[in-house]
Design a protein around this ligand. Structure first.
Ligand code: C2E
Ligand code: CA
Ligand code: CA
Ligand code: CA
Length: 282
């Protein structure tokens, strides 16, 4: 069991002690991964349904592990959030996204805005704003080219503490997106209280949107809510043309999902966009 655990970081071992060992080992490996520059960002485009253009991409982290191959964030982000290592990883993500924006300047991707994911734990770091500002300045990037994706609970828990960080980020000029909208939390007041630029409808509503009446009703309601608040709305996890047509018919602004593209490395995305090789639904 130990060897298997070491091999996959799957915490299915029975003993608490063994589990704790595994966590410590993973945390140590994450720290080494930062030092050895083993993380990479993949980029997934969002298709503008009005224009057929791509103006936004989401950065999704992967771990190019020396022996275990390319690891998905679901295998290490939750533990990094628990251990606090996410603060350091998040700093790397923001800087790497800014570097990518700098590299794309003057290419077919020069107009693309990058969205990065921030977990609540990262917002607890009082130096986050300084870090984002420094990364933008160092790479000479206009702040509106960077969007921060945060899940709903961040707006609901510890509101007083998060509010100041978010308003500082807003003052800086970065954009703000609500990730996984519609799952888990029912409070909507934060949409009034925070300057939100984008709402991302969770994939769980989109997967069966053309078959399940309830999902269709909720998706339409969220699109209308966003529009009435003047917020851009994105559907996540779009995999079929039927889903895309539904979203187009109900005037969703943007679609993101495997139908358009899987998350891919920055150089690959630049090539695909330059060659007009991405699905645009037109
Ligand atoms: P998320 O932010 O909700 O990201 C969307 C996830 O859905 C991504 O998984 C993406 O690859 C996947 N996805 C996109 N389109 C489709 C589709 O059409 N069908 C299906 N089945 N899946 C689709 P990924 O890359 O494995 O990331 C998982 C989660 O890890 C993310 O969920 C996010 O919460 C977290 N994460 C990723 N990168 C970072 C990061 O840099 N920082 C932090 N804090 N969290 C990150
Ligand atoms: Ca996200
Ligand atoms: Ca999401
Ligand atoms: Ca998520």
């Amino acid at each position: 069991a130990k060897d298997q655990g070491r091999n996959t970081y799957q915490f299915y071992t029975e003993g608490m002690q063994e589990k704790e060992m595994m966590r410590l080992e993973l945390d140590k490996d994450l720290s080494e991964a930062l030092a050895n520059d083993e993380f990479v960002l993949y980029y997934q485009p969002q298709l503008n349904l009005d224009t057929g253009e791509i103006n936004n991409v989401e950065a999704l982290i992967r771990w190019q592990h020396p022996t275990r191959g390319l690891l998905s964030p679901v295998e290490f982000i939750p533990l990094a959030e628990e251990s606090g290592r996410i603060t350091e990883i998040g700093r790397w993500v923001v800087l790497a996204a800014c570097r990518q924006l700098a590299r794309w300047k003057g290419t077919a991707c020069g107009h693309l805005r990058i969205a990065v994911n921030l977990s609540g734990r990262e917002l607890e770091d009082a130096t986050l704003v300084d870090h984002v500002r420094d990364a933008l300045t160092t790479e000479n990037i206009a702040p509106h080219m960077l969007e921060l994706e945060l899940t709903e609970e961040i707006f609901i828990q510890n509101i007083a503490q998060n509010r100041s960080q978010l308003s500082q980020l807003h003052q800086l000029g970065t954009r703000l997106a609500i990730d996984d909208f519609g799952v888990g939390y029912s409070s909507l007041g934060y949409l009034r209280d925070f300057p939100v630029d984008q709402l991302k409808i969770d994939r769980s509503f989109i997967t069966n949107v053309t078959e399940r009446h309830d999902d269709a009703v909720i998706t339409r309601a969220v699109i209308n809510l966003a529009h009435n608040l003047g917020i851009q709305v994105v559907a996540e996890g779009v995999e079929t043309e039927d889903q895309l047509h539904f979203l187009q018919a109900h005037r969703c602004n943007l679609a993101q999902g495997y139908l358009i593209s899987r998350p891919i490395p920055g150089a690959e995305l630049e090539k695909a966009i330059r060659e007009g090789a991405l699905f645009t639904g037109q």
